[in-house]
Design a protein around this ligand. Structure first.
Ligand code: GLN
Length: 533
């Protein structure tokens, strides 16, 4: 089905795309290959059609007949699936991801595949081997990562929404850098079928959108259990509904309908915890690394100011704000990088130059062929992570790294559940929670800085990894998190995020949609609204 684009859109899109380079493959005229038989998976087509037919009308109208973009590590039949890597540069996907299939069944059309850090590894999109993506707010700066192309395309108005993936913050970091909404659904809430795996136990498909209402609509279209992904499931009936919550019955403050208890995890609280741990380990390498991490996690004044303002605005909207502390978070980054690289080293073993992607012109024997394909195909960051992953999984060392990281992960989840409750115990009110009641959400920074520059004005690879602290904990805990714009400082957007208990995406969206009604999201200079509604 041909997509009908609004008048004046194509020249507008061409001009932006020349400046920002959001797309690896762009077909703005939006012809879906093999229209009508997109997935090649008939059972999947029927399930997607059923799901689309059940969409509430307010969701359907924000998706139907509209274009969307897809990060180039999510499969769309007939489109590129490069993962930002030389190894897969010419690879065309033979099938379509479930999330994409559901959006197509709901009347959406894929118009292109967006740039990313190679295999989703990074926070800038600059480690894409294929091209550079610039931030629509300031083209000398990065768009964030790893879903930087998706965020930039939405921020510039080239699409109303885009799919990304979030393993440790890759939807929320670029959402914050580009001034758009970024939802990382809870683990298993959206099928991962068709997402090229980086770290399977941490990641999922996420949504970048122009408004909270759009984000809700897209989430309601893509969520749900899928037989093709055994870790996906439907939201339990007790979870907050996405539509028609009416709010009053879904909050414990019945005398104050729709108002929520929001925990605030400030950067100071986290920095203090890391500094205390560094002091304990003073003198050894671990202590030094923690000290450097504490520094890297410190918010720049502009980000800190916008975070404080968001806190006050939420209080001004009638929510109750309370301070919370997640003590095990201080080890979040080391745990995240241990688990993520361990899983990456296993997941990326499939790229051998035989089954996928580029083959070297000549090789002595199969081992030599694999060596040559990987040597030429993988970028430096990917090689580093595969090596790290094989190191932490080495026989005899698993206790010291991998299993310890899993224990930290369990601790972080338990810390969050103490404040947020679980889907099972949420209704009890949380008398045992610190403060005597559960929080509906926890407000946190997304990233210590705004979009950074390149070269001199950039962030070192170590600082970029340490800065994942605020985002990676939602992945370690498997909880949903929603990033939203809370200000523009020095011409660059700043985001904050709300974390919730499993399957509470509806609550997070309620809070942000109400916030947006009062404090509309900013747009970069030159933005034209083609997709309002
Ligand atoms: N910055 C993180 C990393 O490099 C996040 C990646 C992601 O979420 N895909 O691993």
């Amino acid at each position: 089905m041909a997509l009908s684009l609004p008048g004046g859109f194509l020249p507008y899109a061409d001009e932006w795309e020349k400046k920002i380079g959001a797309f690896i493959e762009y077909r703005p005229r939006g012809l879906t290959p093999d229209a009508g038989a997109v997935s090649g998976n008939k059972a999947g087509d029927r399930a997607a059609e059923r799901a689309a037919a059940e969409l509430p009308p307010e969701a359907a109208s924000l998706v139907r007949d509209l274009p969307f973009a897809v990060k180039d590590n999510i499969a769309v039949k007939g489109f590129s699936l490069s993962c930002g890597s030389r190894l897969l540069e010419k690879f065309i996907s033979p099938y379509t991801a479930t999330a994409v299939q559901k959006l197509e069944a709901a009347g959406g059309t894929v118009v292109g595949k967006t740039n990313l850090d190679e295999f989703g590894m990074g926070s800038s999109t600059d480690s894409s081997a294929l091209q550079r993506t610039n931030n629509p707010w300031d083209q000398s700066r990065v768009a964030g990562g790893s879903s930087g192309g998706s965020a930039a395309a939405v921020a510039a108005g080239l699409v109303p929404y885009a799919l990304g993936s979030d393993t440790g913050g890759s939807v929320r970091c670029p959402a914050s850098f580009c001034g758009v909404v970024g939802l990382k659904p809870g683990y298993g809430a959206v099928s991962r079928y068709g997402l090229v795996a980086y770290a399977s136990s941490l990641e999922g498909i996420g949504i970048l959108a122009d408004t909270a209402a759009r984000c809700r609509a897209v989430f309601s279209a893509v969520r749900g259990g899928d037989p093709m992904d055994q870790t996906s499931r439907d939201a339990p009936p007790s979870s907050p509904p996405l539509y028609g919550a009416g709010n009053a019955e879904n909050t414990r403050n019945t005398e104050n309908a729709g108002k929520k208890v929001i925990g605030v995890l400030s950067a100071e609280t986290i920095a203090k915890a890391i500094a205390a741990a560094a002091a304990q380990e003073a003198g050894d390498a671990g202590g030094k690394a923690l000290e450097a991490a504490a520094q890297a996690a410190e918010l720049e004044p502009e980000t800190a100011g916008a975070f404080m303002a968001a806190r006050e605005r939420l209080a001004g909207l009638g929510h109750t704000l309370v301070d919370v502390d997640i003590p095990s978070l201080k080890y979040g980054v080391p745990a995240y990088y241990t688990i993520a690289t361990a899983e990456a080293s296993a997941n990326l073993a499939r790229f051998d130059g035989i089954r996928y992607g580029r083959r070297p012109g000549w090789a002595e024997n199969p081992d030599d062929l694999i060596d040559k394909a990987r040597e030429a195909g993988f970028g430096a960051e990917v090689k580093l992570r595969i090596l790290l992953g094989t190191f932490v999984l080495r026989a005899g060392f698993q206790d010291r790294y991998y299993l310890r990281a899993q224990r930290i992960r369990a601790g972080i989840r338990a810390n969050f559940e103490l404040y947020l409750g679980t889907p099972e115990n949420a209704k009890t009110g949380g008398a045992s929670a610190p403060g005597g009641r559960f929080c509906d959400a926890i407000l946190m920074p997304v990233f210590p800085t705004r979009a950074f520059g390149r070269g001199e004005t950039g962030l070192s690879p170590f600082a970029q990894k340490a800065a994942d602290l605020y985002t990676c904990c939602a992945n370690l805990a498997g909880l949903p998190a929603l990033a939203f714009p809370v200000g523009v400082e020095g011409g660059l957007p700043v985001g904050a995020q709300l974390l919730g208990r499993a399957f509470s995406e509806g609550t997070l969206l309620d809070i942000v949609e109400e916030y947006e009604a009062r404090y509309p999201f900013p747009r970069p200079a030159g933005y034209k609204a083609f997709w309002e509604g």
